[in-house]
Design a binder for this molecule. Sequence first.
Ligand SMILES: [Ca+2]
Ligand SMILES: [Ca+2]
Ligand SMILES: [Ca+2]
Ligand SMILES: [Ca+2]
Ligand SMILES: [Zn+2]
Length: 379
Amino acid sequence: MKTTPRPQTCLAAALLLLLNACTGTIYLPSGDGGQDADAAVLPDGSDESADGDTSPGDQPADNGDQSGGDSDGDGLPDSWEVSAGNPDLLDPHSPDSNANGVPDAAEDYDGDGLTNIQEYAAGRLSFLGDISPPHPLRRDLLVELDCMTDRCLSAAQLADAAAAWADVMLDNPDGSAGVGLHVVLDETGLTPQRFDGSFEQRWNYFAAHGPHFDDGGSPPLPLDRFVHVLVVQIRDDLPDRGGDTVAGPGGQRERAGVFIYHDVIYNLFPACGRTSPPLWPEITPEEMATSTFVHELGHTLQLGHDTEVGGGVNPYNVMAVPQSCVEAQMRTHGVDNDDPTLGATAQVGAARFSAAAAALMDFENILSVDTDALEPTEM
Ligand SMILES: [Ca+2]
Ligand SMILES: [Ca+2]
Ligand SMILES: [Ca+2]
Ligand SMILES: [Ca+2]
Ligand SMILES: [Zn+2]
């Protein structure tokens, strides 16, 4: 699909720096060709999720071979099927547990774009953020994280980001709610390098730093389902931009991903504290980097800043673009927000998605831009 790169800009009067610290860029479909970038359109529809919890303690007594065997030969070990906790959906003695013609391995019961066999395979990895393995009946989001030297998100930041995703107001098939954010740390000592703003430079950088954690095992790891996130220095053409979400040309998944511009955020923050009532703690660079990470991942699930695609209209939503210190405090510390539909950020003191934004997340089209829903709104 042909697309024109159109930055989702956040024009702000007061705090331009703050604004851009949470800005993303998504390349959108358009009718014209020429020099346009192509949108990434990812494989969809054929994925499923399954969980990798194979801890023996979870398992009822009579549920097939618990030693790694696969009684029904569907590729999913008995112990893994049982630990999902719903024999109507994952029965270790049936290769098509719900008898709908779709094999257990190919089902995506939780609609997160990962098939059960992919969720099982990903369970071989060690994760940060949500350290549990992907679960076939709970939505999961997989991230490959690369960082330039001294710029990585810390384990604590990744845990905070995972907490934001765990609070996403979406119900899962197992009765839980939220999204598991699973991060694999890949390269952490990349040579610092500035970006000039060209698409080619960023596309090539994504392509050059693809996942190194392919273990060659079977079933294969779902490497093409990981959102590639790079924590880097700065864009020289937009030196106050904190983040970008970028689709690859011609649907090239390996050239798509998220940039977090570390140096921008750490140069601008801490900021926005108040020492007279209402008292506000400063927004730290760690908080803003985490918030930007969560925000950009929201863009990869097709969320925008505007009301129709995710609700930037309320300043408490992590997809909102704060245009002042007041709004930045609303978003990052939840000042004044006890409304559950808006994430009740005052109770958690951190950035959260609104219920409206959660309802619009599109897990089957991660990083694709084949939707009008991403039409940008300038704010
Ligand atoms: Ca799934
Ligand atoms: Ca099986
Ligand atoms: Ca089965
Ligand atoms: Ca089935
Ligand atoms: Zn954004």
